[in-house]
Design a protein around this ligand. Sequence first.
Ligand code: TXA
Ligand code: MG
Length: 346
Amino acid sequence: MAYVETKKWIVEDVDLNYPQIQEAAMWIRKNEVIAFPTETVYGLGANAFSTEAVAKIFQAKGRPSDNPLIVHIAKLEQLQELVNEIPAHANTLIKAFWPGPLTLVLKKGEGIADNVTAGLSTVGVRMPNHPVALALISEANVPIAAPSANVSGKPSPTTAEHVYDDLAGKIVGIVDGGATGVGVESTVLDCTAEIPMILRPGGVSREQLEKVIGLVAVDPALEEDGQAPKSPGLKYKHYAPKAKLYLVDGSVSFLQKQVISAKEKGKKVGILTTVENDKTYQADVILSCGSTIDLSSVALNLYQVLRKFDEYDLDVIFSETFSEQGVGKAVMNRLTKAAGGDVINE
Ligand code: TXA
Ligand code: MG
């Protein structure tokens, strides 16, 4: 469906601008799709109980129908309507991390629309830690199914402008609550097995999870090539800028050598680096995404910088690699996907 105008509801303070939230919530109840901010990235939301509404999400994003959506709730009571059982370790995690960037995969209940879970017997649920998201879900009075609000394959949106660039004319409106805070998506954790398993690294690290519930497994497909990921979404190309991206695992001079040889072939070259190194390189475009000693700053800026490269008509981008400690695991997961797995080792 095409929309003549995609509305923008600017919400600077949830209490002062309640009418914007009410209008957006009204569209959710009318089974339309709207974008809204969460603490991780912007989501593209619809009534999780309506097959018709959820179908519009898949259509607007161009999302493959076998890729399930995360359901967002504002109150714990809403979880009862969505899932069959809540194992003890899931309850412990909820107390420790909700609201926050942790999605729990649980056995699904009855009422939820079939296309939300892409036919799976499980559903991913999270309570986002963002006042606008929580107010919107409460006001809509239904759980909201929402993937990231980008066109499939592109980097996830961390501002309302990113959403607008991707989806103007394809959705009713965008609730603009400013830039998001974490920058990478939630951690997706399968809680249906005895030992919970990370299916997608994200805003809550394995280290943080293990402090609360002990041993946490990681989907082997995240560590080794050639294995099918357990989370359907992870098999798709994702987060990619227009120019071909390579990860360069090596020194500053090794990365600079890659740039020189690409320049000799007449290519327009970008470098993705950090504030520690951005003055040491030479290339057509050099963008910093934060500091190597503060990986949360890299997570925060990563998607914005990947989108920024698209403004320069580059042929190739070389990116530094990052430590996989804490949120660095999610950063490297997204960068590796964005590069289609292409790493140049020194
Ligand atoms: O931070 C986030 O998680 C953001 C915000 C908007 O909440 N959402 C997000 O949604 O990243 P999306 O659709 O872009 O990514 C959801 C991922 C996909 O890889 C999907 O396959 C996986 O979670 N997923 C969803 N439900 C699942 C399930 N029942 N079992 C396994 N994986 C699931
Ligand atoms: Mg996504």
